[in-house]
Design a protein. Sequence first.
Length: 88
Amino acid sequence: QHYFQLTGRPCAVVNLDPANHDPPYDCAVSVEELITLEEAQEELRLGPNGAMVYCMEYVSKNLDWLKARVVPLIAEGRYILFDCPGQV
């Protein structure tokens, strides 16, 4: 995101990590608006790995939600950066 800002290219970051509560960048869209890792763990009594799998499946079943948020950003001419779940 910082690189795009420095080069004058408009961009938007989509956070697809339901466990990333405080990313070091501004999110235009965050999956936490849809579901969080903690919600999946508590409601479904899952561990962190099972809850992560569930969250990703939940997102895949709600792609209309994601599309409704990303398409307007594309229409504005922004580059879209996706931050996916992963280990540091």
